[in-house]
Design a protein. Sequence first.
Length: 95
Amino acid sequence: MTDLYLAPVVLGVEGRLEELGALSSDDLGFQVILETNIEPRDTAERRKALIETIRRRVELHGWEVSLHERGVAVSHDDHTIVLGLPDNVREYLRD
């Protein structure tokens, strides 16, 4: 049953990435703080807070969301789809 939710989950995650990708660098940082109530101090905290922000408002139906070297991975069991990150999100993770 979980596999049937792949399309809505991927579309939800993609939608969140588009929303975040449309923000300026400052607005992206503020949005992450606003949605997670975490003010990240280093790269590891920014990664954690970003994933939490992406997951927020997306019903995952058993799918997991994590960062991957090529973007954001949406996975369940042996299935994984990687979505690319907008440039401003990549910069946010590097700062």
